[in-house]
Design a protein around this ligand. Sequence first.
Ligand code: URP
Ligand code: ZN
Ligand code: ZN
Length: 468
Amino acid sequence: MTAAWDLVIKGGTVVTPSGRSVADLAVAGGRIAAIGALDGIPAGAKASAVDARGMVVVPGGVDAHTHLAMPFKGGTTADDFASGSRAALLGGTTTIIDFAAPGPGGSLEKGLDAWHRKAEGESSVDYGFHMTMVGAPERSLREMDRLVRQGVVSFKLFTAYPDRLMSDDGAIFKALRRSRDNGALVSVHAENGPVIEALTREALAAGNRAPRFHALTRPMAAEAEAAARIIALAEMAGAPVYIVHVSAAASLAEIRRGRKRGVVVLAETCPQYLYLTAEEYERPGFEAAGFVMSPPLRPKGNETALWQALRDGEIQAVSTDHCSFFMKRHGRSPCKEDGRKDFSRIPNGAPGIGARMLLMWDAVQKGRITAERFVEATASSPARIFGLHPRKGNLAPGADADIVVIDPRKTHSFSASNNNLNVDYEPYEGRTVHGAVRDVFLRGRPMVRHHALVARAGGGTFLRRIPR
Ligand code: URP
Ligand code: ZN
Ligand code: ZN
C-alpha cells in the first residue's frame, strides 16, 4: 500500500476547518491517500518526501471570484488565464471560479464556449466558471438548465451597471426561481444601479471628476438596499442566494435580517474590503484610480464589522474579485488613464488573485481569525458552496491533493515587481505580511517548490461542479 504513494509531506501542522494537528500527509495518484500522526506513516518505497516540520499545511486556496481575460470596451483586462493563474499558484490558490460572460446574441452557451477557449491549456490552476446573466428571458433560463448539466452550476446577475449588465427585479426573481428547480446557485452583485447613475450624473455636472467621486457616488446604502431587495426576491423564489463582494456593514445587517426570516443567504467579502479603506482615494495625482472598483472601498471603521462577521462565520467566503486593468496605456487594453478626466470612465476593478491567501494568513498570525477559519473561508467553504466538495478545499483521503505549505516564520512584501501579474501596479505595494507560500501541489504535482514555480504552465483542468 505505502509503496504506491507518490509523495509524503512530513511533519507539518495540518489545518482543516475542524482543527489542526502535526501530521504526515500521503498522496497517491493525485489524491490524498492518508493523513496520520507524526511517524505514523512510513514513506513508501517510491514516495518522495517533503519536510514540512515547522510549516503549516493547508488545502489549496479556492478563489470563487475572478475576472481573467475579461472583455471590456474593445479590449480585455490586463491579466489572462496564463498570468492570473501563475500568480494564483505562487500565492497558494489552486482553484479559481471565473466569470464567463454571454456570447453573441446574449447566448450563455456561446459565452461558455469562449471561456473554455480562454482557459484551456492556459490556466495553471484548476478552474470552473460561473455564468453571468443579463436579464432572464426564457431562452436564457433553458440555457441555464443545460449549463447546470455541464457542471456550470452558478450564475451571477447584477443590480448595478444599468448601461451594460443590470437585470431588473423580475429577471433576478425568475433566475432565482429557476435555480430552485435546477439546483444552480444564483449570486448577485448588489448595488442600486439607477441611484448610482443619478448620483454620478450630478457629480459630473458639478465638475466633480476625480477618482474619489467614484466612491462618493456609490454609497453604502446603495449596497444595503440592493442586498435587502435581493434577499426578499430569494425569499419569494424559495431559493438560496449568494451575495458577492459584500463591502458594507449595513449589508451585513440586511443579511442577518434575512437569515432570521429563514432565507438562505450566503455572503462573500474580499481582502480589499477588510484591509483597505476609502483613504486610498485621497492618494495624490491619479493614483487613486488603482482603487476604483465596485463596490468601492469604504470609510475607515466599516471594516471592523466585516472582520467580526468573518470571525463569526456570518461571511462564508473570502474571494478576490480580481479584475485588473493597467494604470497606463498598453496597446488597445482599456486602462485606468481612460478616466483621468471623468471618474465614471475608469474601468472598475483591481488585482488581488495572488495576494489573498497571504493577506488572510497574516490575519491568523495577528490573531484576527483562527487558522481553522482561514481554511474555511479561503478554501473549504467556497468549495462546498460552489459544488466542488469533497474534491477541493478538503484535506481528507480521497480529495484532490491540492496542498499548500506555508512558512509562518518568513515574511512576504507585496509589490508590482513580484506579483507575477501583467498589470502595472499593486494595490498592496510595500505591505509586508507574516507568512510565505513555500510549496504548492496541484493534484499531487509539485507546482511551486521553495517559493518558485517548478511546473509546466497550463496544466489546470476544467472542473464540472455538482449542483446543490
Ligand atoms: O469593480 C469590479 N468589481 N469589477 C469587476 C466586476 C464586478 O462587478 O465584479
Ligand atoms: Zn460584481
Ligand atoms: Zn467581480
